[in-house]
Design a binder for this molecule. Structure first.
Ligand code: PLP
Length: 413
């Protein structure tokens, strides 16, 4: 074993079993260092939405690196790709007139949204509105705020108190629970509700019918900021729209993004901020500073990659392709629901799906075993196998994926 400490891993087990080292990728396939080929069922961690090996993105990065790799965007500094990308995101944002705050990834976006929400209420003269609410099964990244909001219990445990003045959790599928929790805490103490439109890392759960409209309405009624965490669902993953918020007509106050913004070719995130919030911070003469940001906020090379990525998504109609995949994945995976080792197949909202196995241990074991059948995937939630391919996956490749899943399910454990 070398020196790498892998994130989210039992390193004792990795030391014994070894690492799975990937060498290259093309479209929906990746190859390991021994030359074995795999269907990439998950697009990395839900991010390689345009597929692997897109030279357009490599060229955009190289061109920008040769010109001006990066500079600060603190204060009044900016670079051209950063400005162009912000305008481009405003044009596709679920709320017209949004401003864009750049980050280095999804966890940064969540921390930014959490701090921005609290500062917003301070500027509104309501500093007692501090409580951040999230849902069971939620995954909002692993910085302090995101860890405190985690609805996957194991992700929150073992760190002590994470966010002073509070977080609260509601059942992932119950708008009524949100309403009663807010009323119990007191709406005058609640700052924001964080909501993944489709739960991702918690196991791929689509919202119950009407849920998103209802929770959005509850936040409006109680004067609580609605934060749509679109780190997974953004940039077409939801199918048929750039954002789940647009597909469901949500008009969030804040939208957290990352992953599909660059298709993972460079680390970058962004928070899309609706006028209601940004206007508080942009008052001429008020001298309000949001003392927050990252060295790589608006990184020029990452921005150039993001612009090339959005061009590619548009040129190839990939938002529509994700809508096709929603149908295809539902069709090819449905027969697996009858398999004795599968307790449920979840699909139907966007290019995401999951096979639920009986236990987390069974899913972990399957995620490794299925590599012998030519598929790279991972276990997520409590015992689910993640399916979130690149939008360029053809119907034939999706069928091949389902066939390989079946062969692996049939194989002796
Ligand atoms: N929010 C959601 C919904 C996510 O799925 C993730 C990552 O999977 C994050 C936030 C955190 O993003 P990152 O890992 O880029 O920090």
């Amino acid at each position: 074993m070398g020196s790498l400490w892998h994130p989210f891993s039992d390193m004792g087990a990795v030391e014994t079993a070894g690492e799975f080292v990937l060498a290259r990728g093309e479209g929906v396939r990746v190859w390991d260092t021994a030359g074995e080929r795999y269907l990439d069922a998950t697009a990395g961690l839900w991010f390689t939405n345009v597929g692997h090996g897109r030279s357009e993105l490599a060229e955009a990065a190289a061109e920008q690196m040769r010109t001006l790799a990066a500079y600060s965007t603190f204060g009044d500094y900016a670079t051209e790709p950063t400005l162009r990308l912000a305008d481009r995101l405003e044009a596709i944002a679920p709320v017209p007139g949004s401003k864009v705050f750049f980050t280095s990834g999804g966890s940064d976006s969540i921390d930014t949204a959490a701090k921005m929400a609290r500062r917003y209420w301070v500027e509104q003269g309501r500093p007692e509105k501090t409580v951040l609410v999230s849902r069971s099964k939620a995954y909002h990244g692993m910085h302090y705020a995101g860890t405190a909001l985690a609805g996957i219990p194991g992700n929150r445990e073992g760190y002590g108190e994470l966010v002073p003045d509070g977080t609260a959790q509601v059942g992932w599928d119950s708008a009524e629970d949100l309403r009663s929790t807010i009323e119990q805490i007191g709406a005058d103490r609640v700052a924001a509700f964080f909501c993944e439109p489709v739960i991702g890392a918690g196991g791929v759960y689509a919202p119950p019918e009407g849920y998103l409209t209802e929770v959005r309405k509850i936040c409006t009624e109680h004067d609580i900021l609605f934060v749509a965490d679109e780190v997974v669902t953004g940039f077409g993953r939801i199918g048929g729209a750039w954002f789940a918020s647009s597909r469901f007509g949500l008009e969030p106050d804040l939208v957290t993004t990352a992953k599909g913004l660059t298709s993972g070719y460079a680390p970058m995130g962004a928070v899309l901020v609706a006028p209601r919030v940004w206007e508080t911070f942009f008052r001429p003469g008020a001298g309000v500073w949001f003392r927050h940001g990252y060295t790589y906020s608006g990184h020029a090379t990452a921005a150039a990659v993001a612009l090339a990525n959005l061009d590619l998504i548009e040129r190839e109609g990939l938002v529509q392709e994700a809508a096709r995949l929603e149908q295809t994945l539902a069709r090819v995976l449905a027969p697996l629901a009858g398999h004795e080792r599968v307790t449920e197949v979840r699909s139907g909202v966007g290019a995401v799906a999951a096979l639920q196995l009986e236990t987390p241990a069974a899913a972990m074991q399957f995620a490794v075993r299925v590599r012998d059948f030519g598929v790279a995937t991972r276990a997520c939630g409590a015992g689910a196998i993640q399916v979130s391919p690149a939008f360029v996956m053809t119907d034939e490749e999706a069928q091949e994926l389902a066939d390989r899943f079946r062969e692996a399910l049939d194989a002796p454990v």
